[in-house]
Write a protein that binds this ligand. Structure first.
Ligand SMILES: [Zn+2]
Length: 94
């Protein structure tokens, strides 16, 4: 491809062209003009596809840790919970 001006929407499965860069400059957006295609929705869609295709996908692509619904590794979640519980529990034993 010699045309470096045209980007394609990076939303999974979307092949529409990305919106053109702003006339005043700045980087070209990576998504088409669909309101549903943005960094967050693309991220969620990729996670959904990863879950659906997890049977065939190599584990290395998803990382060694198990990922829960929120996309937080279980290990991190437990560490978070430990810190959270400790910091919010009032010191009552005085
Ligand atoms: Zn799109």
């Amino acid at each position: 491809m010699s045309d470096g001006e045209t980007k394609t929407c990076i939303y999974p499965g979307c092949e529409r062209p990305a919106v053109p860069p702003h006339s005043l400059g700045g980087p070209q957006p990576s998504f088409c003009d669909s309101e549903e295609h943005n960094a967050l929705s693309a991220h969620l869609e990729r996670q959904r596809l990863a879950r659906e295709g997890s049977a065939g996908a190599p584990a290395s692509e998803r990382g060694p840790a198990t990922i829960n619904e929120e996309g937080i590794p279980a290990v991190a979640n437990e560490a978070y919970r430990a810190v959270f519980l400790r910091s919010t529990r009032p010191a009552r034993w005085c």
